[in-house]
Every structure is written in structure tokens, then in C-alpha cells.
Design a protein around this ligand. Sequence first.
Ligand code: SF4
Length: 70
Amino acid sequence: MFISVDAAACMGHGRCYSVAADLLSDDEQGFVAQSGQTLRIPGDLLDQAREAADACPEGAISIVEEHPDR
Ligand code: SF4
């Protein structure tokens, strides 16, 4: 499973990295540092990834089975 952050949708609310600190972090402006990236989710962090997706008010975070570039 992969976590994908839509850079255009992210508005910097910071909720995602608050609930998924082992997966996501913030940049200098308070936006998620992984904006625009798709990252493999370690199996033990899947719950955190889902919480981050649920926490984002912009719907910027998706959990997908396949990497979109493959
Ligand atoms: S919660 Fe959503 S809008 Fe806020 S920083 Fe995270 S991805 Fe961006």
C-alpha cells in the first residue's frame, strides 16, 4: 500500500502529520513535507496512514494499492 499527497490540494492545515508522525512531517511553512510524493507504507503504519487520510479536510491524502507511476 502507498500513501499519496496531492500537492495542489494541500492547504497546510497540519492535521495529517499530527496523527501520522511516523510517516509524515511538516516543512518550514507548515505544509506536509511529503507533498506531491507517493510513499510505500510499512505494514505496521497502515493505521496511521488511514488516520492521516481521514484527518485531511482537503482530501489531499489517498491510500492506494499500486504506485501510480508503475
Ligand atoms: S492535513 Fe491535508 S491539507 Fe493539511 S497539511 Fe496535511 S495534506 Fe495538507
